[in-house]
Ligand binder design. Sequence first.
Ligand code: PHE
Length: 451
Amino acid sequence: MAVSESVHGMWSSRLMFILAAAGSAVGLGNIWRFPYLAGENGGGIFVLVYLGCIFVIGIPIMSAEILLGRSGRQSPINTMRELTAMSGANPFWQIVGWMGAIAGFMILSFYAVIAGWAISYIFQMGSGAFTGADAEFANSAFTSFTGNVWSVVGWHGLFMVMTIVIAARGVGKGLEIAVKYLMPALFVLLVVLVIYAAATTGHFMEGVSFLFSLNTEKFSWGAVLTAMGQAFFTLSLGMGAIMAYGAYMPKDASILGTATTIALLDTGVALMSGLVIFPLVFANGLESSAGPGLMFITLPIAFGQMEGGEIFGVIFFLLVTFAAITSSISLVEPAVAWIVEKAKISRAMGAVTVGGFAWLVGLGSAFSTNIWADVTIVGGMTFFYTMDYVSNNIMLPVGGVLIALFAGWILDKKIIEDQMPGRTTMFSLWRFLIRFVAPAAVSLVFVMTFI
Ligand code: PHE
């Protein structure tokens, strides 16, 4: 029935698929976005809702995306087209592929801006500028850096070029080589930093209790929506990234087991990032609700205080950059694969087109901390916040629900049997979650937030 190889290439093993998908999942969402959202939304209760969403909604939808991708073995747009036809379903379902590609552009546009900040911080740390820095210095360094339009746009452009170069080299020579080295390195450094936070700040337990103790005062449906959106964002779900990567996954690997492994890795990295950042926040008397600047303000202070901090700081921001790259290549993959299939052009041309366009859109976010800081789009949000809010809190969950409904109710049973052989308890659980629980949970959050 299904083709066994993708024209775009294949991961060389199940492990490589895990690394690539974990590379997509682990990124700015874990190290930068998760801690600052937890901080803004009161810690424990946010973390609990987020974890609930990962397990009840995230893992089932990730499995569904892999299932769809591996059955279609093409770009998400063409995979959805083919599976819709094969299942005799309404062409409406093709919207999943299209909406995903648009969400990918929107996310990449602001993602590359933040990744650009991280690249700049590699050099700022390396220059020794933060040696002995206190909170006030780190705050003003951040404000003046993001306030300078030329530097923000320059670093943003550099990051996009790096993404384009890797994406252009293709699955085997680009993506796989990037994740093979960068992911293990990132993991090791994070462990070192958690140990550092535990051993030296004297405020580790405060960080732990901030992340894990339930403060119900902070509960709001808006925060629940944010936590759910973050679950989609951090697992790269709802826009076809995992579907695109699933298209290159070997047939013999188990889908449910693999998805669970990836989600656990991703969640582990997010929690560890929180356990690095919050002890530093409390040790230095900073605001846990500092927003998007949190990581860029707290860590430089900590590195500034520690022995050999310059080197640690350089390595840390280097790894944040790498984590961002292994995610951004998955943000462009659905659109690049589609352009290659459709226009029969080279991957290089496809990558330049997609990346170039995302860079242009991203200028709006790059300007949001300087020349457009006062320009608001909807609800008083800057361009940057609008892109982030609409893509993560709305488009990803909507895309995710459509994927869940398609895989649970519409997709031809023979395809599921072929991709997920064996009727285990885990399979029954997945089927129940994907058909009922995930769609209902997302709908409930939407209704409670917006009505
Ligand atoms: N999961 C990535 C992160 O946490 C972001 C991402 C979202 C990547 C959607 C691909 C698709 O940084």
